[in-house]
Design a protein around this ligand. Structure first.
Ligand code: RIB
Ligand code: CA
Length: 313
């Protein structure tokens, strides 16, 4: 069976994605990356969520900064700890001694092969591709939350995970690995508001109660920063194609990562035009697709499915 690795920067929605994936799939390992907060916070939070759910999954710490940048400072949306809003149990497990990049390479060498659910900046995956030129060829698939076919969140056009490390995203989208990309155009339709949080709390159970508190915090930050009436479950959407594929519609497209644009750096330029002719005067042909891009979603069904998973812990 394929080794499934979650690469993440917990983060409230990463935390929900971990339980959603662990309830429905056999997760081999978790690798952590800076992003919503520091690498140290991502790693601590991943361990704490596993402790809460009594899950025994090895956690490997990856990169603490983008390929060509400085160490990331804590982000805005997820609070000082990266997972504010509830007290999570002190982890009894420690991170594995091996670093996350070496772990990704090692798992990719296994006979069963390896797929990655990528929920943060793509730095760890790009580093593995740089260190081992055959890593991409051994990678079965990457299902990632990142980018957008429309608006951004980090900037007007850039989504946070891509914006953290556009060079890493460029390496990954050029790698030839089969990619499923779910972007903000879809994930912002998958949200929890006060009613959903109350329903989660009413489910009872340890994880449901803790996640209701976490989502209360996340909702308040989403409201004050973006003026939203719900908090988006971005990352669980990257798990959906592996557990409930009918809930998200993807279509193939070429995705380019803008690296230079003064106003558009880190934009995922998704060509959804499907222009076949390449001898036109003023219209450029669509390039060969390099990803399946999410275009439609059944948001409330996903929320229900994620809550079912949280309620099981
Ligand atoms: O833009 C949303 C993404 O950025 C999610 O993965 C969230 O956890 C943050 O990492
Ligand atoms: Ca994330």
């Amino acid at each position: 069976m394929t080794n499934i690795i979650i690469d993440c920067d917990p983060g409230h929605d990463d935390a929900a994605a971990i339980l959603y994936a662990a309830h429905n799939l056999n997760i081999t390992a978790i690798t952590t990356v800076y992003g919503n907060n520091s690498l140290q916070a991502s790693t601590q939070n991943a361990l704490a969520v596993l402790e809460l759910a009594k899950l025994r999954i090895p956690v490997f710490a990856g990169e603490d900064r983008p390929l060509c940048g400085n160490e990331r400072l804590p982000g805005d949306l997820h609070g000082k700890s990266g997972l504010d809003g509830a007290v999570l149990p002190e982890p009894s497990a420690a991170p594995q001694p091996e670093n996350g990049i070496d772990a990704l390479i090692e798992y990719s060498l296994s006979d069963e092969g390896c797929g990655i659910i990528a929920l943060g900046p793509l730095t760890n995956i790009a580093r593995a591709m740089q260190l081992d030129s055959s890593f991409a060829g051994r990678m079965k698939w990457i299902s990632l939350m990142g980018g957008s076919t429309t608006v951004g969140n980090s900037t007007a056009v850039a989504e946070f995970n891509i914006h953290c490390d556009p060079e890493a995203a460029d390496i990954v989208f050029r790698s030839g690995v089969p990619i499923k990309m779910v972007g903000l155009n879809v994930t912002r339709q998958v949200g929890v508001g006060e009613a959903e949080i109350a329903a989660l709390r009413a489910m009872g159970g340890t994880a449901a109660s803790v996640f209701a508190d976490l989502f209360d915090f996340y909702l308040e930050r989403s409201r004050s920063i973006f003026g939203l009436t719900h908090a988006s479950l971005h990352d669980p959407c990257a798990v959906v194609p592996l557990v409930k594929p009918e809930l998200i519609t993807y279509r193939d497209a070429h995705v380019a990562i803008e690296l230079i644009g003064e106003h558009t750096r880190a934009m995922t330029v998704c060509d959804l035009r499907n222009v076949r002719l390449d001898n036109l005067q003023t219209i450029t042909a669509s390039r060969k697709s390099n990803a399946d891009v999410a275009v439609e979603v059944r948001g409330s069904d996903i929320v229900r499915h994620v809550f079912e998973a949280i309620g099981a812990f």
